[in-house]
Design a protein around this ligand. Sequence first.
Ligand code: ADP
Ligand code: MG
Length: 264
Amino acid sequence: MLSLKSLTKTYRTGDKALVSVDIDIPNGQVVALIGPSGAGKSTLIRCINRLVEPTSGQVLLDDVDVTALSSSGLRRERRRMGMIFQEYALVERLTVMENVLSGRLGYVGFWRSFLRKYPQSDIDEAFRLLDRVGLLAMADKRADELSGGQRQRVGICRALIQNPALLLVDEPTASLDPKTSRQIMRLICELCQERGLAAIINIHDVALAQMFVQRVIGLQSGAIRFDGPPDGLSPDVLTEIYGEEDWQATIRKDEDEDTEAAVA
Ligand SMILES: Nc1ncnc2c1ncn2[C@@H]1O[C@H](COP(=O)(O)OP(=O)(O)O)[C@@H](O)[C@H]1O
Ligand SMILES: [Mg+2]
């Protein structure tokens, strides 16, 4: 279980990015975090693994108080939190395999990681993951030879090889075309289900979020405006989160579901 208790972040500039946010996420649950640009989505994800230091409040992961950890304790705890980024954050000149294995850097010792000598069990697991996401044949390709969708699959493998308890995913599809976006969202959600992983997926595309998750949290100006099933995202709720718009056009309809099934 992940618990955020009165999580608050005020940047030095005075920007109140998070204002007393409370969220509980049970193990295995995938949550989409929606909201306009500047709502605080990235800040929230980064406060959980303390890439951004919260100003106040607590982050508890399975009763470990992440906010209270010293740097060595935090390093250990971060292994349990896999991260997936919008821009993939791969090392371009390294191979797909090396990029995936870099997810093990939190585990192997300094010299092993310096020499890039990974245990055979890590290499086997990397092959299994690449096979699972359909990239087995690309293992020796350099990251800069891949398409966006392929890069994000590598990013997913790199996060999963950490064997995390929680996935923190920041706009995974923002650089991808609509069809690839669906494939990547579906893949992330399937993998979470297979592995009983909890996840927070930041996503500004409401329709895409609604398609794949059972719980949506809407953030606006650093505060939660909605927390519930995707069906609860009425035009009024969306207006509160995003401002005035013609939301009927955005809200998922049953025909779209049929199209989705046909694509899959
Ligand atoms: N490093 C930073 N320094 C100062 N202000 C920041 C920083 N990062 C984000 N902010 C501000 O915090 C607010 C939330 O930003 P962010 O978490 O990036 O939102 P989102 O991911 O939803 O677009 C915005 O007002 C943004 O300008
Ligand atoms: Mg962001």
